[in-house]
Design a protein around this ligand. Structure first.
Ligand code: NAD
Length: 256
């Protein structure tokens, strides 16, 4: 049996697709032939789409939406469907992290917003895409978990709660949909250098950065591109019998 990562004819929705990891995934899926709809709140969304589209190939649609607004979420999904006439692959990469001084002082706003974007946004997009995919008897959903799906971290209770729950809804949805052709998996990135964590690249974060790197068996932070291969694997026929999994992509960090 030969496997292919070719994505010609596939239609992929990528939430958070204007972000560092999401855009790396969008770029590579597009290069492999997929039509892409990027859903993001970022002002850079159209710029990213044009940049990805510049090498030719299938269209890249930019759909501006704020995942804090459930009306926006539903409208954005419908716009994706209208633009691509369906969906085969969903990547739920949109996410935020809020850090508090301490959990006892953690604000309700930071609790609500992180859960709304990371967890409810992932669930609603999966639910809407899942309905379409079940009709077609084929779909691939790839969620974004985290190292904080496995351990709680410090001062980030809503992020840890959201990512722990993302890992579990990955299993819940997989349990219901796997027999109907829809697989649901998650990647759990380790320390990936993106806009989400600039602190560690400032002079104030240098000491903590040293501690982090000393604990990563690979000896370095991950790059957004390090997450792309595992996502492509989940989206490909090579992973037809892989579902309900949360895969650490962390340079070996989980093994420490
Ligand atoms: N960078 C890491 O070390 C790391 C580790 C574990 C998990 N992750 C997860 O990877 C995913 C991608 O993160 P990243 O590191 O590329 O960060 P990023 O900030 O570059 O990307 C996140 C994207 O989500 C979008 N987004 C944020 N709030 C939104 C909203 N309300 N509505 C719509 N879009 C919104 C942002 O505009 C951005 O484009 C996230 O789910 C994050 O939690 C990242």
């Amino acid at each position: 049996m030969t496997y292919t990562f070719d994505m010609t004819g596939k239609r992929a929705i990528i939430t958070g697709g204007a972000g560092d990891i999401g855009s790396a995934i969008a770029r590579e899926m597009h290069r492999l032939g997929a039509e892409i709809a990027i859903v993001d709140v970022s002002r850079n969304i159209m710029e990213k789409c044009r940049e990805i589209e510049s090498d030719g190939g299938a269209p890249v649609h930019g759909i501006t939406a704020n995942l804090l607004d459930r009306g926006d979420v539903r409208k954005a999904f419908q716009e994706c469907l209208d633009a691509m006439h369906g969906v085969d692959i969903l990547v739920n990469a949109a996410g935020i992290c809020r850090r508090g001084e301490s959990s006892e002082e953690f604000s309700e706003k930071d609790w609500d917003e992180v859960l709304e974007i990371n967890l409810t946004g992932t669930f609603l997009f999966s639910q809407m895409a899942g309905k379409e995919m079940l009709k077609n008897g084929f779909g691939r959903i790839i969620n974004f978990a985290s190292m904080n799906s496995f351990f709680g971290g410090l001062q980030i209770p809503s992020y840890a709660a959201s990512k722990g729950a993302v890992s579990l809804i990955t299993k819940s949805l997989s349990n219901e949909w796997a027999s109907k052709g829809v697989t649901v998996n998650a990647v759990a990135p380790g320390y990936i250098a993106t806009q989400l964590n600039p602190f560690y690249r400032t002079p104030a974060g240098a000491e903590q950065n040293k501690i982090i790197v000393s604990r990563i068996p690979a000896g370095r932070w991950g790059k957004p591109e390090d997450i792309v291969g595992p996502v492509l694997f989940f989206a490909s026929p090579a992973a037809d019998y892989v579902t309900g999994v949360t895969l650490p992509v962390d340079g070996g960090y989980m093994g420490r």
